[in-house]
Design a protein around this ligand. Structure first.
Ligand SMILES: *Cc1c(COP(=O)(O)O)cnc(C)c1O
Length: 432
């Protein structure tokens, strides 16, 4: 089968104009397709499992606006709730009952959360939580893992040092060394490295923050015992354990990875799904820690648009849809069909590949594997992934434009969508 070249002339015209207006033509870097080459497509509209570009090409979408669209894009019930809320206004800057509703839902769902604060993005949630970690423990050092993303706050932009854990050097110009020198890094899944850092700085580490399942260096699962080990070490040293569940919250299970694996952190960050496609983030956890946050306590953090009625409404409706019986079994089943199908096809067409899925999250790498951390992920065939990505795009399959991103499914994806995706993958992999 020969792929018909996609007509993307409108996309090209709009993106070319955008490059003169906004840095790199985008408002968030990965959208620019830099790591796979070629031009990004410009979206016109989305619905269910599909996105349409400005040239009217349809794609089966496995990015789902980077996570929020777990009920499918532009879900009718979410839209209906939103249009009702819209008639009452877009922002209050004052308490509103909807905040209580979503707060109760989050507290009921997420094991570690007894109190919650809503913000406007995952970045803001992580920025706030690191301040809280430090305020509560009166310690300055943070420990993060190579390849884990916690938004673009200065203290998290630390280059992954290879091999041994190292003191952080800034990953981006503009980030002062005086900020990142407090950020320690260790390889993911390496408990020994974590123990060594705690032994070196026994009274200085405020806490450990991690993606309890990694999605930001590809899809990487924690080794058995890794999360439990972190729980033990942090307790031993009086440090906090923070799960950044901005991506995994309400995706891996209704209560996130902490519910799925039964490990309860002290604090949790959320985002993406809890906004149902509108800008929301949240952080929450143990009541005695959360009561440090202003105005209950002295740790300052605020937001003009935080808890706004539209975002709360989209979040509430999305969680209502997710807590219906069978949701996560369904998501797990179709996602497994996709991930195992991809690996089988890679094997049959002679490509080394590894990967997997859990609930509504999946990933695969062009390497024999296993991939247990960022260094392993970097060892895969990026050039092959670029050609695969372009081939899939030309066949109407929209995958994350980077080998270092997990994929997402939604309740709107059907068996037929998965089968069409696998047929496209067979076609592309046969000629890679
Ligand atoms: C997306 C993401 C963030 C940042 O959230 P934004 O809403 O993009 O600021 C933080 N942590 C993790 C794990 C994420 O996946």
């Amino acid at each position: 089968m020969v792929a018909t070249a996609l007509n993307t002339s409108q996309s090209e015209a709009i993106f070319n104009a955008a490059q003169k207006l906004m840095p790199g033509g985008v408002n968030s870097p990965v959208r620019a397709f830099k790591s796979v080459g070629g031009q990004p497509i410009v979206f016109d509209r989305v619905k269910g499992a599909y996105a349409w570009d400005v040239d009217n090409n349809r794609y089966i979408d496995y990015i789902g606006t980077w996570g929020p669209a777990i009920c499918g894009h532009a879900n009718d019930e979410v839209l209906e709730a939103l249009s009702e809320a819209l008639s009452k206004g877009t922002s209050f800057g004052a308490p509103c009952a909807l905040e209580n509703v979503l707060a109760e839902m989050v507290i009921d769902a997420v094991p570690s959360i007894e109190m919650v604060r809503f913000v406007n993005s995952g970045t803001e949630a992580c920025l706030s939580v690191q301040r809280l970690m430090r305020a509560y423990t009166k310690r300055d050092r943070l420990l993060k893992f190579e390849g884990c993303y916690h938004g673009h706050g200065d203290m998290f932009l630390v280059k992954a040092g290879s091999g041994v854990a190292t003191l952080g050097l800034p990953d981006s110009p503009g980030v002062p060394k005086s900020v990142t020198e407090h950020t320690l890094t260790a390889p993911y899944n390496d408990l020994e490295a974590v123990k060594a850092l705690f032994a070196q700085y026994p009274d200085e580490i405020a806490g450990v923050i991690l993606e309890p399942i990694v999605g930001n260096s590809g899809f990487i699962l924690p080794d058995p015992g890794f999360l439990a080990g972190l729980r033990e070490i942090t307790q031993e040293y009086g440090a906090l354990l923070v799960f950044d569940e901005v991506m995994t919250g309400f995706r891996i299970a209704y209560g996130g990875v902490q519910e799925k694996f039964g490990i309860t952190p002290d604090l949790t960050t959320l985002g993406k799904i809890i906004g149902g496609g509108l800008p929301v983030g949240a952080y929450g956890g143990r009541r005695d820690i959360m009561e440090m946050v202003a105005p209950a306590g002295p740790m300052y953090q605020a937001g003009t648009l935080s808890g706004n009625p539209l975002a709360m409404t989209a979040g509430i409706k999305t969680l209502e849809l997710l807590r219906r019986p069978g949701t996560y079994d369904r998501l797990d089943e179709i996602t497994k069909r996709l991930a195992t199908g991809m690996l089988a096809i890679a094997g049959e067409t002679g490509h080394e590949a590894c990967g997997g899925s859990l609930s509504a999250m999946f990933g695969f790498f062009f390497t024999a594997g296993p991939v247990r951390n960022y260094d392993d992920a970097k060892g895969c065939d990026l050039e092959k992934f670029s050609r695969f990505h372009r081939g899939m795009l030309e066949r109407g399959i929209y995958l994350a434009p980077s080998q270092f991103e997990a994929g997402f499914t939604s309740l709107a994806h059907t068996e037929a969508d998965i089968d069409a995706t696998l047929a496209a993958a067979r076609d592309v992999m046969s000629s890679l």
